[in-house]
Design a protein around this ligand. Structure first.
Ligand code: SF4
Length: 282
C-alpha cells in the first residue's frame, strides 16, 4: 500500500493541460498531410499513391482540378513520399475537426503546361469558399474560446458501428490519467437515455445500422452526434458496399466530424469540445 502511494508521489502529475495549454505532440506522431498548393507542380503522383482516393485529379483541356478530402485521409504519408517536388509534407497537425463535412475538402484549380505539369494556381476553395491557410487556423482558435463556455457536465455514449477498434483504443485513452477527460466535466455513460452526445466510430455496418438509429432516437434533445475517424466520416477504406452503409451521416445527422485514422486523443478532445459549442447554440 505504502509502496503504491510512494510511487504515485514520485510520479507526480501526468495529466495534460489541453485545451487550456498547448498539446505536447511526440515527434514521431504522424498527423495530417499539408499541401503547398501555390507551388505544387504535379499532383498526379500523390493522387496515384493515395490508397483511399483522398487526393483526386481531374483534367479538362489545359486546366486541372485537384481535390484533397481530409475526410478520406488515413494519414498514411504515401502522398508525401510520392510527391517529387516537396509540396506535400506530413505534419503533426491533428485538430482538424469541422462542423460541416464539406469543409474537410479543399479544391485547387490550376492552369497546365503542355507536358501536364501545373503552371499556376488559379483558385483555392474550401466548402466552395475561397480560403487561405491562416484564416483556417484563426477559425480554430475562435472555436477554442467557445469551448470555455462549457458550464455543465457532458455525458457521452460511444457507439462502435463497425470500426477496427483503432478509434476505440484512442477513445479509451481519454479516460486514462494523462488525458483524464473527466477533469473537463465530460464522462462516458452506458445508456443513451443519459447521454447528451453520441460518439460514433467505424463505417456503419448493415448489422449496426438499425442499432445506431435506435440509439440516436433514445438520446434526449438537445443532442449532438460526432463522427470519429476516416471511416465514420466517409466510410474510409471500406467505403459503401453490401456490408456497410458507409459514413455515419448516411444513417443519422452528424454535427461534428473528426478526421484521422485513428484520431489521437487530442483530436478527439478538440472535436468533442467543438460539438459542445454547437450544443450550446442548440
Ligand atoms: S496521407 Fe492521406 S492524402 Fe496522403 S496518401 Fe495517405 S490517405 Fe492519401
Amino acid at each position: 500500500m505504502f509502496k503504491i502511494l510512494k510511487k504515485s508521489f514520485d510520479t507526480g502529475l501526468v495529466t495534460i493541460g489541453y485545451p487550456d495549454a498547448a498539446p505536447e505532440i511526440p515527434e514521431s506522431f504522424r498527423g495530417a498531410p499539408r499541401f503547398d498548393f501555390a507551388h505544387w507542380r504535379d499532383a498526379r503522383p500523390a493522387a496515384a499513391a493515395c490508397p483511399t482516393a483522398a487526393i483526386s485529379v481531374r483534367d479538362a483541356g489545359d486546366t486541372r482540378e485537384v481535390r484533397v478530402d481530409y475526410g478520406l485521409c488515413i494519414f498514411c504519408g504515401e502522398c508525401s513520399e510520392a510527391d517529387r517536388g516537396g509540396s506535400v509534407e506530413i505534419t503533426g497537425e491533428f485538430d482538424l475537426a469541422m462542423r460541416d463535412r464539406r469543409e474537410l475538402a479543399i479544391t485547387a484549380e490550376y492552369d497546365l503546361h503542355a507536358d501536364g505539369t501545373q503552371r499556376q494556381l488559379t483558385s483555392l476553395r474550401q466548402a466552395d469558399r475561397p480560403i487561405d491557410w491562416d484564416t483556417r487556423f484563426l477559425e480554430r482558435s475562435v472555436e477554442r474560446a467557445i469551448h470555455l463556455t462549457l458550464g455543465r457536465s457532458l455525458a457521452i455514449r460511444e457507439v462502435d458501428a463497425g470500426s477496427c477498434n483503432g478509434c476505440e483504443v484512442e477513445i479509451t485513452a481519454l479516460n486514462n490519467p494523462i488525458y483524464d477527460i473527466e477533469r473537463l466535466g465530460i464522462h462516458f455513460v452506458a445508456s443513451p437515455r443519459h447521454a447528451d452526445m453520441l460518439l460514433v466510430t467505424g463505417p456503419v455496418t448493415r448489422n449496426m445500422e438499425l442499432a445506431l438509429l435506435k440509439t440516436y432516437r433514445a438520446v434526449p434533445e438537445p443532442k449532438v452526434v460526432v463522427a470519429v475517424g476516416a471511416c465514420g466520416i466517409s466510410g474510409g477504406i471500406f467505403g459503401r458496399n453490401y456490408a456497410t452503409a458507409g459514413s455515419v451521416d448516411q444513417v443519422v445527422p452528424v454535427d461534428v466530424y473528426i478526421p484521422g485514422c485513428p484520431p489521437r486523443p487530442h483530436a478527439l478532445l478538440q472535436g468533442i469540445l467543438l460539438a459542445v459549442g454547437r450544443m450550446a447554440r442548440k
